[in-house]
Design a protein around this ligand. Sequence first.
Ligand SMILES: Nc1nc2c(c(=O)[nH]1)N[C@H]1C(S)=C(S)[C@@H](COP(=O)(O)OP(=O)(O)OC[C@H]3O[C@@H](n4cnc5c(=O)[nH]c(N)nc54)[C@H](O)[C@@H]3O)O[C@H]1N2
Ligand SMILES: Nc1nc2c(c(=O)[nH]1)N[C@H]1C(S)=C(S)[C@@H](COP(=O)(O)OP(=O)(O)OC[C@H]3O[C@@H](n4cnc5c(=O)[nH]c(N)nc54)[C@H](O)[C@@H]3O)O[C@H]1N2
Ligand code: SF4
Ligand SMILES: [Mo]
Length: 659
Amino acid sequence: MGGVREVRGVCPLDCQDSCAWIAHVEDGRVVRVTGDRDHPVTRGSLCAKVKDYETRTYAPDRLLHPLRRVGPKGSGAFRRVGWDEAIALVADRFADIIASDGPEALLPHSFLGSMGVVQRRSLMRLFHALGASRPVGSVCGNAGNVIAADGHVLGFDPEDMAEARFALVWGANPLTTCHHNWHFIAEARRRHGARIVCIDPVRTRTARAADEHVVIRPGTDWALAAGLGRIVLAEDLGDRADADARAVDLDAYTAQVEPWTPERVSEVCGVEAATVVRLAREFGEARPALLRAGIGVQQSVGGDAVVRALSALTIVAGHWRHRGGGLFIESYPDLPDARAARPDLLAGDPRSLDIARLGDVLTDPTLDPPVRGLMVWGANPATVQTDAARVRAGLAREDLFTVVIEHFLTDTARYADVVLPSTTQLEHLDVQGSWGHHYISANLPAIAPLGEARTHGDIMRALAAALGLDDPRLEQTDEEIAASALPDGLTLEEVQASGWVKRSPTPAPVRPVRLVHEPPHLTQTPPGMLQLLTPKAHHLLNSSFANMPRHRAAMQEPTLELHPGDAAARGLVDGDPVEVRNAGATVRARLHVSDDTSSGVAVLVGKWWSADVGGTGINGLAPAAWSPGGQPAYNETFVDVVAAGSRAAPDHATVPAAP
Ligand SMILES: Nc1nc2c(c(=O)[nH]1)N[C@H]1C(S)=C(S)[C@@H](COP(=O)(O)OP(=O)(O)OC[C@H]3O[C@@H](n4cnc5c(=O)[nH]c(N)nc54)[C@H](O)[C@@H]3O)O[C@H]1N2
Ligand SMILES: Nc1nc2c(c(=O)[nH]1)N[C@H]1C(S)=C(S)[C@@H](COP(=O)(O)OP(=O)(O)OC[C@H]3O[C@@H](n4cnc5c(=O)[nH]c(N)nc54)[C@H](O)[C@@H]3O)O[C@H]1N2
Ligand code: SF4
Ligand SMILES: [Mo]
């Protein structure tokens, strides 16, 4: 037996914690991954999803060879081919498409399957050099992006949260979605006796751990934020002069929130008027208060307005200038990683296409040129996007050539013409930031790639060569690509030597911002329907791990949670097999009756693959609806719930149209 070798790495998943890990290698095999004890955020622990990440690498259903489609799109029928054949095929088809329709007929589509710089960015070099359509937008918290672009500050060093004297955790479930971040909030309670109040329609793990859970009707948060802002201003709990300097429209804001009395807020949000008053005073008087908001609360048609209203509330209360106070949704280290995609390779100005509207993009008959060549990596759009039926109709187009780079044969990969196997985080070198703290981490390969899996840098170089592109930027090694993302003055060797380094960004100069958002949209459930929420699962990362046996066992099965009154009204009892339906789709689940959810709100946790829930998956239920800023409105989903096999017709009048 050889000894155990310890290799430093970082969890690549789309989670704000970006944990530093140690891979333990014995006889050439990773036997364990553990959290780095010395990392100030990771503090020695990984999470329920990732504590056995090596089982993902060694999973029997892992893709280890290139595949070529032999059956109808979506059927999952493929035959194994060699890399030479796969690369030649992709290069030939891309060249044909460029010749017939121009390079904008190619579209790269990716998200944060891996947040590593090489895995995330390197393939963009190829598409930039070709002049392909540029992917823009986000399937996650685009509302936040839009409001940040308007000058609002969405975060600060999370280690400062421990200095807060009061914490409102608003539409966020950190004990499930980034439990290392929760540590700092809980530290504020330990150090300063800060009270923690959680505002969520669902009694989550976080709501249970908080000192108080305020149940709100989903999609009405703008009204509560306005009502709190009104009291803070009326009772002069903040610093009006400071707020006036920080905002361009304090008077207009004061007028906009004026009608939002506690009584009116109570009627709209379902929160008692006395609670509104008490929360406003606690929030306004604490020096400082933290407002920790999540992504779930943004995922409605009114998401942009909600983020602006939450930021406005922290501004009128004056928290933003104090350490540990103000709005925290996300925060990043100083890692200018977009430059690793080498936008300087772009010749010309190709069009931009919104990745969060892939269904539209692939099926719009007026798009000129239409998208004829698609490459997907680090994303599973067939499962995670709103309007999933249209996404799948697009992916099923016979005149679309689709390449999917994956670890597993996901719902999306089943539609591919060519599937290419990607390395996992234990098999490649990378460097990574975080969207929840200020550390840059190195990831060193613990083992050689399994089977024929390749890094995205390798795939980029092979395709560039096959397409006859010769530019040194398309020949750089993975090390060079990783290094190209680092801030000036920091080398890859330095990050690798210590595993991680803290690099807080230089705060941008504060500029006055707009507090008024017109018109704020409040969600209204059509009569007789239930609003469906699909929050993050404790044992899955979006749709990732939904195929892994341990994670599946922990999840048990797709479960729909209903309030006892809503279940009784439908003649349903706990444990019934049910169908969750609307005009878009029907999804199978097991009913769990519980007052953890509120009346009128159905909760289906986890983005299961189609095989588990049927049809076009949970997002077949989600409408073709986005906020004005492009935030996918996953929560603007209205359903009925019936016993499985019931013939009762779904109410077809209720899927809202896109605004
Ligand atoms: N375990 C696990 N961790 C994850 C993920 C995962 O899938 N699983 N996904 C990762 C990703 S991509 C992201 S973006 C983050 C998201 O992190 P979070 O934002 O913390 O997670 P969500 O579950 O999307 O939403 C948080 C809460 O918002 C509530 N909510 C929904 N609608 C409303 C509303 O209208 N008003 C209010 N007040 N609350 C509402 C939900 O009930 C939920 O409890 O988590 C990341 N971490
Ligand atoms: N109904 C509903 N829909 C939602 C949400 C919701 O709350 N409710 N949440 C939304 C949010 S916040 C987000 S962020 C999106 C997430 O949407 P996606 O980013 O598409 O998330 P995943 O489902 O995790 O898919 C990531 C895929 O990347 C693959 N992958 C991982 N690492 C690598 C790699 O190194 N190389 C390659 N080639 N592939 C890799 C994984 O195997 C996985 O299949 O979903 C959104 N959709
Ligand atoms: S998913 Fe998040 S909490 Fe879990 S190990 Fe990765 S970074 Fe840490
Ligand atoms: Mo996300």
